[in-house]
Design a protein around this ligand. Structure first.
Ligand SMILES: NC(=O)c1ccc[n+]([C@@H]2O[C@H](COP(=O)([O-])OP(=O)(O)OC[C@H]3O[C@@H](n4cnc5c(N)ncnc54)[C@H](O)[C@@H]3O)[C@@H](O)[C@H]2O)c1
Length: 443
């Protein structure tokens, strides 16, 4: 297939945090793009030139308007749209089951079934979703061949090119991150490379399906394990009366004169109130699942356990603060700042705040959640804070970084407890202003 923005049609299956910006960038590059998504409401919004993604996403709202105007991007729920596509990119969700942590591939399997049934001869299918190692060979290839009656390598091409973006930086990340392309033959590798060159400025590395799968799940498991280490250090610092943020700075200073932080051998991650999002909490499990029956990973599941414990730890810091103040938590108003899992994003999938809310729900306290980016919790900050006995910061949204401590003091009631899960507040200033303060890793 000769890739040219003039005569190559692209279908994107799944218009979420990944598929939506990818579709817009290909349309901006001049390709005719059709986005296929199950939800009719989302399709209507997109076709009106709206963005289904809230939060600070530089350039996204402008880009959807631009590509809708150009006529190069349309969205539909009609799965027969794959029939006209030279290239189909799959970006559907790939969660894990709550109890077994095994992949819950319902969306992926349904997507592959309808793509297979409508696949053109000589088309190229690319999986951008994050999948467990072995999924390309054992699930993707099998379903596509079964449903299309065609053979990979002979009648159509199949590759994976896992996405690397973070909500809050969607377009910038797609454009600038290096990418890994997994393919099993030279023709497919070259075709995928020539396609992504239209939207990616980063390096395009090429390898096999399984290596690309391991790289993607592995890079997120790496972060999860590193964050677990930082969280364990936070607990250790609290117990020993040290400030984990100072400890972290000094550990990361272990480098030669002139060496940048990227060259340094030690790069301790941030501790915090927990790990959330669609990816980190489940990609570790996807990696573990890939190795099932071969080896039993130890450190990755342990990291999951440590990170899952952090919202409970935040709750414990709150309970201790009430005890210290000799006040009954059950009669208090507690304000949770930030429902999304990440700063300046609306993404609340697997948010650690949910686990915290559950624990708060076991008390009789009045709990108010405020988040400037999440629809259900977009109440005025001042109104939410009024009369609060305690606040718990769970997401480092910019709005919280500018809170004036004197004003906060006026709005809140004694004992005025501040629990900082993201190192947003200045401990010294908060204490000076007369609050009770406990931060993760610095109490
Ligand atoms: N969100 C991230 O930060 C991120 C980053 C890198 C990789 N990923 C991976 O990319 C994939 C997609 O993640 P996301 O965050 O965009 O998910 P998402 O839930 O935001 O979007 C998925 C979309 O696919 C749609 N969908 C599901 N089944 C479908 C089907 N059969 N046909 C058509 N549409 C269907 C859903 O309705 C939804 O709109 C996942 O595998 C994820 O792990 C996500």
């Amino acid at each position: 297939m000769k890739i040219s923005s003039k005569n190559t049609k692209i279908a994107i299956c799944g218009l979420g945090y990944v598929g939506f910006p990818v579709a817009l960038l290909f349309a901006e590059a001049g390709f005719e793009v059709i986005g296929v998504n199950r939800s009719g409401e989302k399709i209507k919004l997109i076709n009106r030139g709206g963005s289904p993604i809230e939060g600070k996403e530089p350039g996204l709202k402008e880009l959807i308007k631009k590509v809708r105007k150009s006529g190069l991007f349309t969205a539909t729920t009609d799965e027969t749209a794959y029939k006209d596509a030279d290239i189909v990119i799959v970006a559907v969700e790939t969660p894990v089951e709550d109890d077994t942590h095994e992949p819950a591939y319902r969306a992926l399997k349904a997507a592959l079934t309808s793509i297979g049934r409508n696949l053109r001869k000589d088309a190229l299918v690319i999986i951008e979703s994050t999948i467990a190692p072995g999924t390309m060979e054992n699930i993707v290839k099998v379903i596509l061949e079964q449903e299309s009656g065609m053979e990979v390598g002979q009648d159509f091409m199949l590759a994976n090119c896992p996405e690397r973006l973070m909500p809050g930086h969607l377009l910038e990340n797609i454009i600038n991150y290096n990418r890994v392309i997994g393919a099993q033959d030279e023709k497919t590798t070259d075709t995928v490379k020539s396609l992504y060159k239209y939207i990616v400025k980063g390096k395009l590395d090429t390898t096999s399906w399984v290596t690309a799968e391991i790289v993607k799940a592995g890079e997120n498991a790496y972060r999860d394990v590193q964050i677990a280490f930082a969280n364990e250090m936070a607990l250790l610092c609290e117990a020993m009366g040290a400030d984990v943020w100072q400890v972290r700075d000094l550990i990361n200073e272990c480098k030669r004169k002139g060496e940048t932080r990227f060259e340094a051998l030690r790069q301790m991650h941030y501790p915090g109130a927990g790990v959330g999002g669609h990816c980190l909490p489940k990609d570790s499990w996807l990696l573990v699942y890939g190795a099932k029956g071969l080896i039993e990973p130890q450190i990755i599941p342990l990291a999951r356990k440590i990170n899952n414990f952090m919202p409970k730890h935040v709750f414990d810091l709150l309970s201790e603060s009430f005890k210290q103040a000799n006040k009954d938590i059950n009669k208090a108003k507690i304000v949770v700042l930030g429902y999304a899992y990440a700063g300046n994003s609306d993404d609340s999938r697997n948010t650690p705040t949910e686990a915290l809310i559950k624990l708060l729900g076991e008390t009789q306290a009045t709990v108010v959640i405020q988040d400037p980016f999440v629809k259900e919790y977009k109440t005025s900050l001042d109104k939410s804070l009024k009369g609060a006995h305690a606040i718990i910061l769970m997401a480092d949204h910019d709005q919280y970084k500018n809170i004036n401590y004197n004003k906060l003091k006026r709005l809140m009631k004694t004992p005025r407890i501040v629990i900082d899960g993201r190192n947003v507040f200045s401990k010294d200033k908060v204490l000076k202003a007369g609050f009770i303060y406990k931060g993760v890793g610095n109490i």
